[in-house]
Design a protein around this ligand. Structure first.
Ligand code: SF4
Length: 281
């Protein structure tokens, strides 16, 4: 057993461990930082504490990057913890750099409640002088657990994914994620606590009432609103929507044109909503 006691609550769990139906294993030496090559990311480093994601969304793009076919099929049922993350961060000069957390997998996915690796990473980042500029993308209400730390950053924004206005539709695509209501509540809690927020409608799922949804989101007074359709490519190892999600989308008659029409309607209320991803800040 090789768990670092500093990363886990004691007593340390066995390896691999199950959290609910999730298989959790450690992945030593896995890189937690990535140099951000894509201009649209608008950051210097991406940072992902986990490989795999217990939310297991039907459309997840990150699954396309899994080489092992069996693991790809089992997406959502396993997660690897990058147990050497802090060691790597200590070796890297992050002073004043722009760090985007959660570009590949969710930093506040269910395992984080137990493992607390994202929290340990934030504890490290907040002590750097000058502090890094941080953005966190998540759909996990667990992010409010770390409000004490989030408040200590001079520049930090939480981007919360809110993908539809219907919990029935949400359950078809994201059965393990928090309800839409819970995510909106989380955004409100963050804003009231003085944390900058953005709403990512990404990928946009079918929306039952585009105008009402846009009004609800507008009331949050987020700094940014961004929407995105499903990705589609035939190129392997590119960000791509999983086949299971297309099947569900077809049941709802949801396609690129549906996205376009819905985005147009939402923009009558939220003209500032961008329709493609651009930058973290
Ligand atoms: S939360 Fe994000 S990373 Fe996790 S399964 Fe859903 S889309 Fe993928």
């Amino acid at each position: 057993m090789r768990y670092q006691p500093s990363l886990f609550e004691s007593p340390p769990p066995p390896t691999p461990e199950r959290v609910g139906t999730l298989r959790v294993a450690e992945r030593p030496r896995a890189k937690v930082l990535g140099r951000a090559s894509a201009e649209w990311l608008g950051c210097d480093y991406t940072l992902n504490p986990y490989v795999g994601c217990g939310f297991g969304c039907a459309y997840c793009y990150a699954a396309a990057f899994v080489a092992d076919e069996e693991r790809k099929q089992e997406w959502g049922r396993w997660v690897d913890v990058k147990v050497d993350a802090l060691r790597e961060l200590e070796r890297t000069d992050l002073r004043g750099r722009r760090v985007f957390i959660g570009t590949a997998t969710d930093p506040y996915q269910p395992v984080e409640a137990k493992v607390r690796l994202t929290r340990r990473i934030l504890e490290h980042l907040v002590e750097i002088t000058p502090q890094p500029v941080v953005a966190i993308t998540t759909r996990g209400p667990l992010v409010t657990r770390d409000l004490d730390l989030l408040r200590r950053f001079e520049s930090l924004r939480v981007n919360m994914s809110v993908t539809t206005d219907s919990d029935r539709i949400r359950r078809d695509f994201e059965p393990s994620c928090a309800s839409i209501e819970r995510r909106i509540q989380t955004l409100e809690e963050l804003r009231v606590a003085g944390i900058r927020i953005a709403v990512f409608i990404a990928p946009m799922l079918p929306i039952e009432d585009p105008i009402g949804f846009a009004q609800r989101l507008k009331a949050l007074e987020a700094e940014r609103y961004m929407s995105q359709p499903f990705h589609q490519t035939d190129v392997p190892f590119r960000s791509n929507t999983r086949e299971g999600a297309w099947e569900v989308a077809r049941r709802y008659d949801w396609d690129e044109e549906g996205y376009r029409q819905t985005a147009i309607r939402m923009k009558t209320v939220l003209p500032q909503m961008s329709v493609r991803m651009r930058g973290m800040a």
